[in-house]
Design a protein around this ligand. Structure first.
Ligand code: ATP
Ligand code: MG
Length: 425
């Protein structure tokens, strides 16, 4: 074969897509319950947007973006995540002026990151995420976290672990940053070249470095927890209270630093605790991003959101051994023998479908037995057999596949009979 899917991407075949549709339906149902509405933004944006919003010192911006010039010499980037685009749209469409704040939005679609491919890590993957923009109430933080947990629970996952942390506000971050620089600077030569750049710009990111994670200086680094001011501590306490009231279990991990620069206050991850899940256990990540709207040129509007990939959700389901019920089956399969019968069958098929009955027929002139086998494989509820004799008499042979009982009935009555049986049945 000459052509293959590009590295890090995959074809989703019908044996998989039905599961995706189920999961996507769950995400929509949960969003409806919480009154989050869908937003669809372009697949590519100006490169500057991600540099600004996601942050220059992040892995995403430094290594993972698919950036290209269009014919007008503009630098564009395939979106690596959803928040930047949603916040851009919030500002551009003046959603801060909407009567109902916060504005509660969700999105679902492909994201692109140039990453090393492994299980649960792709170059094109689908993220579902929500953003609540325009409120700085700890109750909405708990709502957003609860929504993410509900999606996983509805998908049947049980082995979930919610980890939360507070990254504090700008003041806490500044004094913590100074302490981190003091801590790492004398030994920064031991660290990778990325961390050297991070030291001045954003030393917090050193704590999240995948290369230097074993360096003991990471473990002994000053904890953000000791730099939280009174306001940030109170905010974090309130989030925890709301989570507890909603019966959502969590653990606090002061080393949880999310991979994007824009987070402050609440940061969280949902992990799979399932043994079969392999190296990658994070299913979902999110947090608060007060200040992001201003960063991209809009008025102040504090926000919080999360993103999860559908790929990892499905992997977690597999690891826990949860499955959905089988695919929906076919209502009727039309078996025809000979040209005259095929014409009658094709017409009947039109009527069946017009009446909402899921139906199909053979298009390869196979023998009766082969057609019957197809009907079995496709789990058709009814088989409608038409041969020359039936055409002559204007009838069909209708077989109920659950008890194999068959009946000769008038062609004109087939649709009504099936509609009635299936409704009753
Ligand atoms: P990681 O540390 O695994 O690289 P991240 O911090 O880059 O994650 P986020 O940007 O927060 O991840 O994305 C949120 C969620 O999107 C992740 O928890 C994961 O479910 C999913 N995700 C991120 N990158 C990928 C990928 N390359 N392939 C599949 N899913 C991904
Ligand atoms: Mg990543």
């Amino acid at each position: 074969m000459k052509f293959k899917v590009p590295r890090g991407t995959q074809d989703l075949l019908p044996t998989e897509t039905w599961k995706w549709q189920r999961v996507e339906a769950i995400t929509r149902e949960v969003c409806e319950m919480y009154r989050y509405q869908e937003i669809r933004t372009p697949i590519f944006e100006q490169t500057d947007l991600f540099q600004r919003a996601v942050g220059d010192t992040t892995d995403i911006v430094q290594k993972e973006m698919y950036t290209f010039k269009d014919k007008g010499d503009r630098s564009l980037t395939l979106r690596p995540e959803g928040t930047a685009s949603v916040v851009r749209s919030f500002v551009e469409n003046k959603m801060f002026g909407y009567a109902d704040q916060p504005v509660k939005l969700y999105y679902s679609g492909p994201m692109f990151r140039y990453e090393r491919q492994q299980a649960g890590r792709y170059r094109q993957f689908v993220q579902f995420g929500v953003e609540a923009i325009g409120s700085n109430d700890p109750a909405i933080d708990a709502e957003v976290i609860g929504l993410a947990m509900d999606v996983y629970k509805r998908a049947g996952l049980k082995k979930l672990k919610l980890v939360i942390n507070s990254l504090g506000d700008a003041d806490c971050r500044a004094s913590h940053k100074a302490a981190l620089i003091e801590h790492f600077e004398p030994s920064i030569d031991e660290f990778c070249s990325d961390c050297k750049t991070r030291l001045e710009k954003n030393p917090l990111r050193i704590l999240d470095c995948k290369v230097d994670s074993e360096n003991p200086l990471i473990e002994s680094a000053p904890s953000l927890a000791n730099y939280l001011n009174e306001e940030s501590t109170a905010y974090f306490e309130a989030v925890k209270t709301y989570l507890t009231d909603a019966n959502i279990d969590f653990v606090v991990d002061h080393n949880l630093v999310r991979g994007l620069d824009y987070y402050n206050h609440t940061a969280f991850e949902i992990m799979s605790d399932s043994e079969g899940f392999g190296a990658i256990t994070t299913l979902c990540g999110g947090g608060r991003y007060n200040g992001l709207t201003e960063e991209i040129g809009g008025p102040a509007a504090p926000g919080i959101g999360f993103a999860m990939s559908i790929e990892r959700l499905l992997l977690a389901m597999e690891a826990e051994g949860v499955t959905f019920d089988a695919e929906p089956t076919l209502d009727a399969y039309v078996v025809t023998l000979g040209d005259a019968a095929k014409r009658v069958g094709a017409k009947l098929l039109t009527d069946l479908r017009a009446n909402g009955l899921r139906s199909d027929m053979d298009y390869t002139d196979r023998k009766m037995k082969a057609q019957m086998k197809s009907a079995d494989r496709l789990e058709a509820k009814y088989v409608i057999v038409i041969g020359d004799e039936e055409v002559e008499e204007d009838v069909v042979m209708l077989r109920n596949m659950s008890d194999r009982a068959q009946d000769k009935i008038s062609t004109a009555d087939v649709v009504q009979k099936l509609l009635q049986d299936i409704k009753e049945g």
